[in-house]
Design a binder for this molecule. Structure first.
Ligand code: AVI
Length: 319
């Protein structure tokens, strides 16, 4: 019989930001744009897991390699009584590397996708019977609190995968400042950050040959059809991803292949042929620029690890 996880539902705090309102507001913007958190329904979360296994998508395997090499040092810095709080899902091997090196008494997984969160935290509870597992369903891009009953006096927050890159730099600093506020004095933040590099490597990572990233991007339109009242046709849009050097970011778009009107929840939106819906930015940092950002949010950079090709970085920030 699997151990039960302790589930904390914090979604009501964000109830005003429903899918419907976010989509309608995004389609009404000029240019049209939706926030990347809309990708992550169950299907989107599964597709993202597949992206992480594509040969062109270097961030996942590179961060894993860095963590495998650094896990003991990380556990040493965090100290013996640290608990682990993961922002994002607990599905990956990365958090397992930390759990095995740190052996914390408690783990809290926070994710916006309830199904995915429950499945992944249940797997951790099954595989680590000594671990007290908590799951909080929340949108961590908004201010939140550690749930009651989570015994983390000395938490190490873990924010892997360079998800910080999906905020623009101003939002990223505000997000880090929120985390700084959330963590108690002895807390720390272990964060993965993708580094600036050659355009060809970056663009290949977001245009994998198997088409998984394209399917992930288009799933947003399928989700709108599934969950809202809409006649939008995913087949009439194409995936586009490119590196915007001036802003140091990968941009993802869904480009309308023809002039068309789409209806969502009774509202009509016109797309010209070639007009795009901007669905994601993924910012790439230099180590110096990221340290400046963290410093501005009140954190002190204690350690940084990278890989031999300097593709990716992992930073230990002290509260
Ligand atoms: C979750 N996030 C860090 C991914 C990224 O690389 O920006 C999301 C992603 N989008 C396309 N591929 C992966």
């Amino acid at each position: 019989m699997p151990l039960s996880i302790r589930f904390h539902d914090q979604r009501s705090q964000n109830a005003e930001h429903s899918l419907r309102e976010t989509v309608l507001a995004g389609f009404a913007e000029r240019p049209k744009a939706t926030p990347p958190k809309l990708f992550y329904d169950r299907r989107g979360s599964e597709l993202f897991e597949q992206i992480c296994r594509q040969p062109e998508y270097y961030p996942t395997r590179t961060e894993e390699l860095i963590l495998a090499r650094a896990a003991r040092d990380i556990a040493g810095i965090a100290g013996r009584d640290a608990s682990l709080v993961e922002l994002g899902s607990g599905a990956s091997r990365k958090v397992r590397l930390l759990l095995e090196a740190m052996h914390p008494a408690s783990y809290l997984g926070i994710d916006i996708s309830e199904d995915f969160l429950c499945a992944s935290t249940q797997r951790l509870a099954d595989d680590y019977p000594w671990l007290e597992v908590h799951a909080a369903c929340a949108d961590f891009s908004r201010p939140m609190s550690l749930p009651d009953g989570f015994a983390g006096e000395h938490p190490l927050a873990f924010f892997p995968g360079s998800s910080i890159g999906n905020f623009d730099p101003r939002e990223a600093q505000a997000f880090l400042a929120n985390l700084h506020e959330l963590l108690p004095a002895k807390g720390g933040l272990l964060i993965g950050v993708d580094l600036v590099k050659d355009r060809s490597v970056l663009e290949a990572a977001y245009n994998d040959r198997a088409g998984v990233t394209a399917a992930f991007n288009l799933n947003l339109l399928e989700r709108i059809r599934r969950e809202l009242d809409s006649d939008i046709e995913p087949d009439s849009f194409v995936h586009r991803a490119f590196f915007n050097q001036a802003d140091s970011r990968i941009e993802m778009h869904l480009v309308s292949s023809r002039a068309q009107d789409v209806t969502i929840e009774g509202e009509r939106f016109h797309f010209a042929a070639g007009e795009s819906l901007h669905t994601e930015n993924s910012y790439k940092y230099s180590a110096e620029d990221f340290h400046a950002l963290a410093d501005g949010a009140g954190f002190r950079a204690l350690a940084m690890w990278t890989d031999p090709l300097a593709l990716f970085s992992v930073h230990y920030l002290q509260r």
